[in-house]
Design a protein around this ligand. Structure first.
Ligand code: AMP
Length: 302
């Protein structure tokens, strides 16, 4: 059996071996123990992988195990200038406590006077967003979209069971492994669920749920809404409420004004419409998403 995204088609046995190898190397790195003081001397720095809000991300190799990692470098003065220090601490706390096949592992972290370094597993497939843009018509087939949604739903379900709300699910925050599997990344906006009465406005406009736009209290069901928006964007190539004005987008979100293109299957439409519900408690849960016929039918085909 084969699985793949775009041109990266990899046999399942190879994928299983790769996952085993990754887990072994993570354990080898952790053998240094929780008290080991990591520093840049432990790594050889390679090519830049991308630019984040507060610093760059580099490919690097751990000198001992030769394991390839991504190091996210955050500049402390920039974080302080924008009052983002608490967000980074939260990102570190949350990501070190989560361990799931579809959540990007934070392997370790360290700091010096000027910077904070986050050592992350290297997602060699890059951003899902870039893969989406590289597709014919900038959209994925429904089979590929269903595979991604199933993996995202699995990761979110795990987060919620651990009382973490992600709050910023979108293609830019989903990375891919070498085998084209999802890694949920960027927990910078996530919160521990007990604080869910907060009314912080965050996330990307196109993915904001009505309760956040209307500044109402919200809970983990904000993530369910985002899965609906994501599913639409993967299949159609653009998010459902996109306009060239932020206010107009807000109006469309509040009215749940979704237009489904004729090429979308009835089952996909059924799933999306059951996630994009104004009332959070009417939305499908992640378990229900993973049991939906659209997901199950594509699983039996692959
Ligand atoms: P971020 O600061 O998390 O938004 O990261 C900036 C960019 O660096 C992302 O958009 C990715 O293209 C890249 N990147 C971040 N983390 C990784 C990773 N673990 N593996 C590969 N690329 C990454």
């Amino acid at each position: 059996m084969f699985c793949g995204v775009g041109s990266s088609v990899v046999p399942d046995t190879y994928r299983d071996d790769l996952i085993k190898l990754h887990r072994k190397i993570i354990n080898d790195m952790k053998l240094k123990g929780p008290d080991y003081r990591w520093s840049m001397n432990d790594f050889q720095i390679g090519a830049p992988l991308g630019r984040g809000k507060f610093g760059r991300v580099y490919l690097a190799r751990e000198k001992n195990t030769h394991y390839m990692v991504a190091i996210k470098l955050l500049i402390k003065s920039e974080l302080l200038k924008h009052g983002m220090q608490h967000q980074v601490i939260r990102e570190i706390e949350i990501q070190t406590h989560l361990s799931h096949p579809h959540i990007l592992p934070l392997l370790t972290y360290f700091q010096d006077d000027k910077r904070i370094y986050l050592v992350l597993e290297f997602a060699s497939g890059g951003e899902l967003f870039k893969q989406l843009q590289n597709q014919h018509n900038q959209r994925f087939s429904e089979a590929t979209s269903a595979k991604f949604i199933d993996q995202v739903a699995d990761a979110i379900d795990y987060c919620h069971k651990n009382k973490v709300i992600h709050r910023d699910i979108k293609p830019e925050n989903l990375l891919l492994t070498a085998t084209g599997d999802i890694m949920l990344a960027d927990f910078g906006w996530s919160v521990h669920a007990p604080c869910s009465k907060r009314k912080t406005m965050c996330g990307t406009v196109d993915y904001l749920p009505p309760e956040m736009i209307e500044n109402r209290a919200y809970n983990e069901k904000v993530d369910y809404w985002c899965v609906g928006v994501l599913c639409y964007e993967l299949i159609v190539g653009k998010p459902p409420f996109e306009t060239n004005s932020q206010n107009l987008t807000f109006e469309r979100i509040k009215k749940v004004d979704v237009k489904y293109p004729s090429f979308m299957s009835a089952l996909a439409k059924d799933l999306i419409s059951k996630l994009l519900k104004y009332n959070p408690s009417d939305r499908l849960t992640m378990t229900e998403v993973r049991q939906h016929p659209w997901i199950l039918s594509t699983k039996t085909k692959s």
